[in-house]
Design a protein around this ligand. Structure first.
Ligand code: FNR
Length: 216
């Protein structure tokens, strides 16, 4: 199974990057093929409908779209900004949501966050689910919020707290198993019968969706 992993933070010392790197390592050990991306690769301007009409998607959004198209599943660690989704990530979702077909549709997503605060960014993750689900992503019910993240890692990048480390491993294993099952219908490398069923699902989602018109 093909997994795209990234932290939605540009900061050099990003705690979310440390967390997603750890999660990506767990996924690799479970035989997933992992593309660990740097969010700098998805640099893009603020969403502007005129720019979209005149020039289409900017290069950073196209790069994210290409890598989403390749992936069956996503591991995304994102900071909580002011109790909500990070604006940088929301902007990236908004741009890529204008591509057709919407590249998030049918992708399994596991959300993580890391924060020095006692809440670990969980409030931001609840907000982050909303636009992703609006774009047709299948966001896993469990989410992993790492509190006191500035003190949580050892020098090898592992979690010091063994119970937390085990919870991450278990949750991620459950996610990868479900994502693998879903990928046989919605994934990128599916036999023709499944591809036909995927087209049916996509068409049904397009028809149902009020936010994402079928074209344009
Ligand atoms: C924060 N931070 C923060 N933390 C939190 O737990 N809840 C919050 O609402 C916020 N709000 C917030 C707003 C803004 C604008 C910034 C810059 C920061 C702190 C944040 O969790 C901390 O800086 C993390 O280390 C950011 O993630 P990275 O860059 O380390 O991955």
């Amino acid at each position: 199974m093909k997994v795209l992993a990234f932290a939605a933070s540009l900061r050099r010392a990003s705690l979310n990057r440390r967390l997603v790197t750890l999660a990506a390592g767990i996924a690799k050990r479970q035989q997933a093929e992992v593309d660990l991306a740097d969010f700098h690769a998805f640099d893009m301007p603020l969403y502007d409908g005129d720019l979209n009409d005149d020039e289409g998607l900017p290069e950073g959004a196209l790069e994210l779209k290409r890598r989403l198209d390749w992936a069956d599943a996503l591991l995304i660690a994102t900071p909580e900004y002011n109790y909500s989704i990070a604006g940088t990530f929301k902007n990236a979702i908004d741009w890529t949501s204008r591509a057709r077909p919407v590249p998030w549709r049918g992708k399994s997503v596991y959300l993580l966050s890391a924060s020095p605060s006692p809440m670990g960014g969980i409030r931001g993750l609840w907000q982050t689910r909303i636009p992703l689900e609006g774009c047709g992503a299948l966001v896993f019910p469990d989410m992993f919020a790492l509190a006191f993240a500035d003190k949580a890692f050892d020098e090898k990048g592992q979690l010091k707290d063994q119970m937390l480390a085990e919870r991450l491993r278990k949750e991620l294993t459950g996610f990868l198993r479900l994502a693998d099952a879903v990928s046989h219908i919605c994934g990128s490398e599916t036999p023709s019968e499944e591809r036909r069923r995927k087209a049916q699902i996509t068409a049904a989602l397009e028809e149902e969706s009020e936010i994402q018109p079928a074209a344009g």
